[in-house]
Design a protein around this ligand. Sequence first.
Ligand SMILES: Nc1nc2c(ncn2[C@@H]2O[C@H](COP(=O)(O)OP(=O)(O)OP(=O)(O)O)[C@@H](O)[C@H]2O)c(=O)[nH]1
Ligand SMILES: [Mg+2]
Length: 198
Amino acid sequence: MEIKSAEFIISNTDWRKCPDTQLAEFAFIGRSNVGKSSLINMLTNRKGLAMTSSKPGKTLLINHFIINKEWFLVDLPGYGYASTGKVMREKLHKIIENYILFRPQLTNLFVLIDCRLEPQQIDTEFMEWLGVSDVPFSIVFTKTDKLSKSKLAENLGIYRQKLFETWEELPPILVTSAKTASGKEELLNYIELIIKGL
Ligand SMILES: Nc1nc2c(ncn2[C@@H]2O[C@H](COP(=O)(O)OP(=O)(O)OP(=O)(O)O)[C@@H](O)[C@H]2O)c(=O)[nH]1
Ligand SMILES: [Mg+2]
């Protein structure tokens, strides 16, 4: 799919105040610093569209970006950032949880996983929660430029194995780098297939 336009629309803490349209929304979630905002910039080919930072805890709101005037990419705050403090963490958790559970426009959630790390409980538990909540999701491995091909293959294998301990069938898995734009076409084509199938 070709990205002809990408435009920031609005930031929110409340899913009810998100854009009042029926357009499909594709949201990005995952641990703080995993690369959600960077991936949005990579997909849209616009460097400063979503704000990124080398420090975790940059994105604190639900951010809507309209793509080709037809659908939305949604940048969400990260989860699991310890230094945010308990009150803030719980507040963010609620914002994310409510958006995911109640926003009917949410068409697919991309759960981002840093390909360098061994499976983290916070991510696997989050995916289990998505499963029981019936939220359609896919896994996107990020930062693949930081690993050799063989190490990447090894880590993906370990991750799949871990998921098979809980899941009978795995969700779609995409493999990306915001730095090299690897996986860009696959991810955009995947979104296009879902949109066309609606
Ligand atoms: N090498 C490399 N660095 C990346 C990649 N994606 C993100 N980064 C870096 O990782 C850091 C965090 O990126 P963000 O996109 O801000 O992460 P985020 O998940 O949006 O973080 P929060 O908004 O804090 O939850 C930044 O320093 C990025 O430059 C990637 O694919 N490769
Ligand atoms: Mg961010």
